[in-house]
Design a protein around this ligand. Structure first.
Ligand code: HMG
Ligand code: MG
Length: 310
């Protein structure tokens, strides 16, 4: 891809819906996946093989993957927290008929850990060091099955429980994920506290040790800085950005954190700056309006509201 292309990883169906108070039907998730693919998104997280006690909204991931309508060239990564989650996923995919549902469409998983122990324990009941041991097993097994593995580091700016996080720690955890075989590492500002100053300090540190073409950013928009922080990261060569349509989402284990950068806001900013994304903003805006109405929430994308009022 050309240097002016930014790849968007759409997290609305996973990060976006994992925090919804009311159960979202499988039909709604499938329609959202379909609309996002039709809007030109080429990487769309489809769910998570996690404990339904921990995250009830992801309990229907198996049904979603059975019903998924594959699109050529669209990846549908699934979050996997441990070996058990990967085994469940592999078994599920095997039980789907060839050429059907997510059987071939899911060729990628996303694993996750953090730069702070307190958050990681709240999220997965493990210290960061222990989670890296588990995730190395997950990655090895996934690679054996020809699945690509994407890694997440959460709490890269602040931890909801420990406060400020050192950039050096983020770099170390990110390196561990790349070394174990992740093709890319996404840096999660889980709480959304980053500003141009703290993101610059983080990127300065990360760019010393890690190849920036393997780094993505995942900014929650709690304080309204998500898109601004993406623009800072782009200066360091980052060309993959995570976001959620209509600004859906939040992490159930990060109290008070709101959704990701809204995909509409991101696309509006990127196209305005001369980047290509392959996304049809008009279709995306309509999708954001539709899902907000279905969920009975305000559309959290300012660009989405602006464009749909024109
Ligand atoms: P645990 O209780 O430590 O697990 O949970 P365990 O191994 O002790 O097992 C306990 C029970 O869970 C057992 O069942 C296991 O079989 C079952 P029981 O014998 O009691 O009936 N179990 C599972 N069930 C389904 N799927 C599995 C699985 N593993 C064990 N994979 C665990 C550990 C990781 C499972 C749990 O803490 C969990 O599911 N956490 C999910 C956390 C999560 O999904 N968080 C949100 C996603 S991450 C995020 O949002 C951040 C991100 O967006 C980036 C950012 O914004 O920074 C990515
Ligand atoms: Mg997130």
């Amino acid at each position: 891809s050309t240097p002016r292309f930014v790849k968007i990883v759409e997290c609305g169906v996973r990060d976006g819906l994992q925090n919804e108070p009311n159960t979202v039907s499988v039909e709604t998730k499938l329609e959202l996946l379909e609309r996002l693919a039709n809007a030109g998104l080429r990487a769309i997280e489809s769910g998570a093989m996690v404990s339904k006690k921990a995250v009830p909204q992801m309990a229907t991931t198996a049904e979603v993957l059975r019903g998924l309508k594959p699109h050529t060239g669209v990846a549908y990564p699934v979050l996997v927290p441990n070996v058990k989650g990967l085994e469940n996923l592999l078994q599920l995919l095997k039980s789907i008929k060839e050429g059907d549902g997510g059987r071939e469409a899911v060729d990628e998983i996303a694993i996750f850990t953090a730069a702070s122990d307190s958050f990681n324990k709240a999220n997965t009941n493990k210290s960061v060091a222990d989670s890296l041991i588990e995730l190395e097993k997950v990655t090895q097994l996934a690679l054996d099955y020809k699945l690509r593995v994407r890694g997440y580091v959460s709490t890269v700016i602040t931890c909801p429980f420990e406060g400020k996080v050192r950039p050096k720690r983020v770099k170390e955890v990110g390196k561990a994920l790349l070394d174990m075989g992740c093709y890319e590492v996404s840096l999660g500002d889980t709480v959304g506290t980053g500003t141009s100053e703290t993101v610059t300090a983080l990127m300065d540190e990360v760019a010393i040790a890690l190849p920036m073409n393997k780094i993505a950013v995942h900014n929650h928009d709690t304080y309204g800085m998500a898109v601004a922080n993406v623009l800072t990261a782009l200066k360091y060569g980052v060309r993959t950005v995570d976001s959620s349509v209509a600004g859906l989402g939040g992490c159930p284990f990060s109290p008070g954190a709101t959704g990701n950068a809204a995909t509409e806001d991101l696309v509006h900013a990127l196209h305005g700056a001369g980047y290509e994304t392959g996304v049809d903003l008009r279709k995306l805006v309509a999708t954001g309006e539709w899902i907000s109405e279905v969920l009975g929430r305000r559309n959290e994308s300012r660009a989405g509201r602006g464009w749909s009022a024109r």
